[in-house]
Design a protein around this ligand. Structure first.
Ligand SMILES: NC(=O)c1ccc[n+]([C@@H]2O[C@H](COP(=O)([O-])OP(=O)(O)OC[C@H]3O[C@@H](n4cnc5c(N)ncnc54)[C@H](OP(=O)(O)O)[C@@H]3O)[C@@H](O)[C@H]2O)c1
Length: 240
């Protein structure tokens, strides 16, 4: 999927990687970018349409669908991260509400438009979905749960012409990774890597220098082998 002349919706678009994804989409010639935000947001480029979109708010999600007439690419980027130790179930619930259920709520709401355009879904996951970062175990588990659902969605929606991509992002220099002292990619680098992977049709995208170090091992892993094998259990999609 080359995003030139395409219509995209990016959640969590006001800052960090989401904001970089907006600007990179414009640079690559996107026709329209819907910027899902929770605050007042203005972009100088007239191709950007801000959309009030808290992913935990079903009414806002439904309203966003009604405003977006046509969509080629949904980028599920919005997320929260917390330092925790798995002792506070309220924190775990909050992480799951936003990162898993919020992402699934937005995804399911836009599936009809994406089926119509035979479009693409990108989920911004994390290397923490593959192996937990023990300082952020709740966040890691939320990304692992989402990664698992994305694998199923890939099979389910692939039958209907929608491609589903997972971006396994490594440390990137945003508010989310503040205070974590590791080498980080610039958000612009990560955004470019995500669109490059999408253009190459990669189902799993490793968009930054750190994530790329595990890409080959992941693609040859037992997880990918079983993902492919388990697809045979899926009945064909119902006609209509
Ligand atoms: N930065 C990293 O090192 C890193 C590494 C791996 C994966 N990732 C993933 O990359 C994505 C972007 O992360 P980031 O680093 O850019 O994070 P960030 O700078 O913290 O930005 C998070 C974005 O998500 C939005 N958001 C949070 N809760 C929301 C909700 N309930 N509804 C709608 N929007 C909501 C925020 O909006 P507000 O401004 O309104 O709060 C903000 O726009 C996330 O999925 C993250 O898990 C990041």
């Amino acid at each position: 999927m080359n995003i030139s002349k395409k219509t995209l919706l990016i959640t969590g678009a006001n800052r960090g990687i989401g904001r970089a994804l907006v600007d990179e989409a414009l640079r690559r010639g996107a026709a329209r970018v819907y910027a899902g935000v929770r605050n007042d947001f203005h972009h100088a480029d007239a191709r950007v349409t801000p959309l009030r979109l808290d992913v935990t708010d079903a009414a806002q999600v439904a309203h966003a669908v009604s405003r977006v007439g046509q969509l080629d690419v949904l980028v599920n980027n919005a997320a929260i991260a917390l330092f925790d130790d798995l002792s506070d179930l309220d924190q775990i619930q909050k992480l799951l509400e936003v990162n898993v259920l919020g992402t699934m709520r937005v995804t399911q709401a836009f599936v009809p438009l994406l089926k119509h355009s035979r479009g693409a879904i990108v989920a911004n996951l994390s290397l923490a979905a593959i192996a937990p970062v023990p300082a952020t175990p709740g966040y890691s588990a939320s990304k692992a749960a989402l990664a698992n659902m994305i694998q199923s969605l890939r099979a389910l929606l692939g039958r209907e012409g929608v491609s589903v991509h997972a971006a396994y992002i490594g440390p990137t220099d945003t508010d989310m990774s503040r205070g974590i002292e590791v080498q980080k990619a610039a958000p612009e680098t990560t955004a470019q890597g995500i669109y490059d992977g999408l253009a190459e049709g990669q189902e799993d995208i490793f968009p930054d220098p750190m994530s790329r170090t595990v890409a080959d091992a992941w693609r040859q892993s037992v997880v990918k082998m079983l993902e492919s094998q388990f697809r045979v259990y899926l009945p064909p999609a119902k006609a209509g």
